[in-house]
Write a protein that binds this ligand. Structure first.
Ligand code: HEM
Ligand SMILES: *[C@@H]1O[C@H](CO)[C@@H](O)[C@H](O)[C@H]1NC(C)=O
Length: 499
């Protein structure tokens, strides 16, 4: 009886302690006189996430609520304190000008126990810088040109799969595009980052795609994840991993096999993996290890496949609903290809200027990565104020909310590629459009994503007209649970062969 009482007593004490700690955490912004919504216990300011609202909608509404009232506001992501910036000047400071205060993203990795998590996406300080410097030459325009034919090969298979789907698909419903496009992106990245033919286009259950999807998001629930991000050093000491063991084992195994094969046979290929192998074998002071190669190839996959494929699917969706835009785009594609005697080359792709506007407007209306983060490594006094972004604080840059701010993009729900005509672009502050982030930690895959998406679109548009069906959602419903932006029920469209 006594021992039962003691345990009830201790549980009550622990709960009380946790409650008091949380209450202190949640009074942080109030104590400092920074505007914010009153947080809910445990959920902070994102209680609706996964229930009634997508995360990007919560942030968009929060931004609109405080826009004009403050340049920055407090924001609680579950139990994590963050500062959300509304002001373009201050965003520029954090990402670019005062970058040395904010060099880290503050996302979790554990090099020792979960080696594939130690990629440039997550690494901090010097480790990040060293890796970024090594990888940057992998993404030059020249390298994109090398990879161009590899991507065209996969896009050719995409058109074949679409033809089969077209012939067997129901006219009324159309076909679900998001999945087909995702498989295309998996095959492209599998091929250039891992040197594999994943064949997920032909075989939807391909292990590669399954493992990739299992690798993101985090294997832990949001509470543990929040803890990992808030106390990374402690989490590392405890051996906490981001990924499931089989995901790490799978990618480490296939990279080891491919690298060993290439080294044994002296095979050279013009892809990312080849460059990573060169880095491993170069006799610099610190050549990169097999684990490090795997982590980078893996992040090209996780950061690259869903972002590119969802952007491309959303673009096709908009093209189906805006036939005038689609016709104009197809005319450009046909005109450029005719000038290149029907040969689709890297140079031809770069001449498609309307395509670029369409793509930019797609990434404006659909910011697949709706926000990005920075973590302060020393106290930062916000210019012209006496507020301090304290060391360790996470800063939220609300990419999607900027793209929906009517001050920069009037009538934001409207899809209008002419927002990206030279004269319109000139009128805007460059920080109002940052689909890839900005500063030294800007997305490393910008050129590559354009390559994947543009090649896919050209191959589709020259063969098919894309049309909506009865099953096409207008407006599109978004997944409430996804961390990134994604459709809730898929994107159903119909194809019509172009004679
Ligand atoms: C439409 C497609 C894509 C979008 C919208 C996108 C967006 C972003 C954004 C917003 C960031 C954060 C930037 C920042 O914090 O300032 C980022 C980082 C990153 N992205 Fe992308 N991305 C795309 C495609 C890709 C592709 C294809 C790859 C790889 C091949 C890639 C690899 C990365 C990496 C490695 C980082 C971390 C960079 C660093 O911290 O040094 N992304 N991306
Ligand atoms: C499209 O966006 C990219 C960056 O995301 C930018 O570099 C480019 O200049 C934009 N193009 C146009 C036509 O605005």
């Amino acid at each position: 009886m006594d021992s039962l009482l003691v345990s009830i007593y201790s549980i009550a004490l622990i709960l009380l302690g946790a409650y008091l700690i949380l209450r202190r955490r949640y009074s942080y912004w109030a104590d400092r006189g920074v505007l914010h919504d009153k947080p809910k216990l445990i959920f902070g300011n994102i209680r609706e996430f996964g229930r009634t609202k997508a995360l990007f909608i919560i942030i968009r509404e929060y931004y609109m609520k405080y826009k004009g009232k403050a340049k920055y506001v407090g924001f609680y992501l579950f139990i994590r304190r963050t500062i959300l910036i509304l002001d373009l000047e201050l965003i520029k400071n954090v990402l670019i000008k005062d970058y040395e205060y904010f060099p880290n993203r503050g996302t979790y990795y554990n090099e020792k126990d979960d080696p594939i998590s130690a990629s440039i996406m997550h690494l901090d300080y010097e480790k990040w810088r060293n890796m970024r410097v090594k990888l940057t030459p992998t993404f030059t325009s020249g390298k994109m040109k090398f990879m161009f034919p590899t991507v065209v090969d996969v896009a050719t298979q995409l058109v074949e799969v679409m033809r089969d789907a077209h012939e067997s698909g129901s006219f009324e419903m159309g076909i679900e595009f998001e999945d087909i496009i995702a498989r295309y992106a998996v095959d492209v990245i599998g091929s250039v980052a891992f040197g594999l033919s994943c064949n997920s286009l032909k075989n939807p259950e391909a292990e590669f795609k399954v493992m990739g999807e299992k690798g993101f998001p985090c294997k832990h629930n949001w509470l543990v994840h929040s803890f990992m991000n808030s106390y990374p050093n402690l989490a590392r000491k405890l051996g906490v991993k981001y990924h499931f063991d089989d995901v790490g084992e799978f990618f480490l195994r296939i990279v080891r096999e491919t690298v060993t094969y290439r080294e044994k046979t002296g095979t050279q290929r013009k892809d990312f993996l080849n460059l990573l192998i060169d880095l491993k074998n170069s006799d610099t002071a610190d050549p990169i290890t097999m684990e490090q190669i795997t982590a980078q190839a893996y992040v090209f996959f996780t950061a690259g496949f869903e972002t590119s494929s969802c952007t491309m699917s959303f673009c096709l969706y908009e093209l189906a609903l805006n036939q005038m835009v689609q016709n104009k785009l197809r005319e450009e594609v046909m005109e450029v290809l005719t000038r290149y005697e029907g040969k689709f080359t890297y140079e031809a792709m770069n001449e498609m200027k309307y395509m670029e506007k369409v793509l930019n407007e797609t990434m404006r209306k659909y910011s697949i990565v709706p926000f990005t983060l920075r973590r302060a490594i020393k106290d930062y006094v916000i210019p012209n104020t006496n507020h301090v972004i304290e060391k360790g604080m996470d800063v939220v840059i609300p990419i999607d909310a900027l793209h929906y701010d009517p001050e920069y993009f009037p009538n934001p729900e409207e899809f209008n590629p002419e927002r990206f005509s030279a004269s319109e672009v000139e009128k805007r502050d460059s920080m109002s459009y940052i689909p890839f982030g900005d500063g030294p930690r800007i997305c490393i895959g910008i050129r590559f994503s354009r390559l994947v998406i543009m090649i896919g679109l050209v191959m589709i548009l020259r063969n098919y007209r894309i049309l909506p069906t009865k099953k096409t959602e207008i407006p599109l419903q978004f997944s409430l649970r996804k961390f990134f932006m994604g459709s809730r029920n898929g994107i159903y469209l119909r194809t019509e062969k172009i004679s």
